[in-house]
Design a protein around this ligand. Structure first.
Ligand code: FES
Length: 347
């Protein structure tokens, strides 16, 4: 049984990746090729020549058209064949499936389901994107050798950070603080406040704080594959309104967009917004390296789990209280997959 939701936008590539080059990427098990066409901008085509099924990504892009690397037939951005070397007649079947595409947040998003339902209003929301007073780190991509469900569990599970990320973001002080869980429209949030903590060296560096601080961690999950971690550090007792926390505290939004490659692999795109050290390029480079390292620490864990799931056919043998948010997230996802499957079957 598939674990995929088809009627959704999925991050397929960073816009910058699709320059003059093609990007070949398998999404929900289907091979796609993205390229910048002369007529339609960046497009996504099935990566398969209709002649002998050679991946089109083995050809070239010339003058905004993609040319098959076997016998040279050419396709435009709408997937229509516009030239067949050695013959004038273009067979009506010489066409390639296209997928709806939108560019947003520096990413190319593709819609893998019913084209009629491909509404850009359904794209994920990215808080503070482009807002004054916020700096953006984008361009993060990793390949994680695991089903995206294992990654969702990881992202909704703050308890692992102390143990998996000892050398990066792990915070022993938060280990015993219980996590609350709340349902949202189309998602879920797991969160906790750790109050009246002594300021860390990092807090002192970016916030000019002398007394104790309140730390908030909010782990959001939006169906089917968006995660956002909202990390807040404010002088203890500060009002917890968004505008006040943005102005008086240190805050960051860490987004991950999970795009299933297949049942055992996931494309992991990330971007990060922060309200501190806005102009400091050196700081930003260090932060980027630290985040990349942190997410690779998770990649090691979820791959090892996937391998063991494959070997045993099991998911887990016991349950803990910390599983609440991950279990709820996966139940919501399963429901979405089931409902989409039922809707297709009823057509
Ligand atoms: Fe593509 Fe023949 S396989 S043109």
């Amino acid at each position: 049984m598939t674990t995929f939701v088809r009627n959704s936008w999925y991050a397929a590539a960073w816009v910058d990746e699709v320059g003059d080059a093609m990007v070949a990427r398998r999404i929900l098990g289907e091979p796609l090729v993205l390229f910048r066409s002369a007529d339609e901008g960046i497009v996504a085509l099935l990566d398969q020549c209709p002649h002998r099924l050679l991946p089109l990504s083995m050809g070239v892009v010339a003058e905004g058209r993609i040319q098959c690397g076997y016998h040279g037939i050419e396709f435009n951005g709408a997937g229509r064949c516009v030239r067949v070397p050695g013959q004038d007649m273009i067979p009506p079947t010489a066409k390639v499936r296209t997928f709806p595409v939108v560019e947003r947040f520096g990413l190319v998003w593709v819609w893998m389901g019913d084209e009629e339902a491909a509404d850009p209003a359904l794209l994920p929301v990215v808080e503070r994107y482009g807002a004054p007073g916020w700096a953006l780190l984008d361009g993060g991509y990793q390949h994680h050798a695991s089903n995206y469900r294992n990654i969702i569990e990881n992202l909704m599970d703050p308890a692992h950070t102390t143990f998996v990320h000892k050398g990066t973001i792990g915070n022993p002080a938060a280990t015993d603080e219980p996590v609350k869980v709340g349902k949202l429209d189309g998602g879920l949030v797991a969160y906790r406040w750790v109050e009246n903590s002594p300021p860390s060296p990092f807090d002192r560096l970016v916030m000019e704080v002398t007394g104790s601080v309140d730390r908030g961690q909010f782990f959001y999950y939006y169906l089917p594959g968006t995660s956002c971690v909202d990390i807040i550090s404010i002088p203890a007792g500060t009002e917890r309104e968004d505008e006040v926390m943005d102005a008086k505290g240190m805050r960051a939004f860490s987004y991950k967009f999970l795009t299933p490659e297949d049942e055992r692999n996931t494309h992991f795109f990330w971007l990060h917004l922060r309200n501190y050290r806005l102009e400091d390029e050196e700081w930003a480079a260090g932060l980027r390296a630290n985040l990349d390292k942190t997410f690779l620490e998770d990649a090691v864990i979820v791959k090892a789990i996937q391998d063991e799931q494959d070997r045993t056919g099991l998911h887990q043998r016991t349950a803990l209280a910390i599983d609440r948010a991950p279990v709820m997230a996966l139940a919501m996802l399963d429901k979405m997959v089931r409902e989409e499957g039922a809707a297709v079957a009823a057509e």
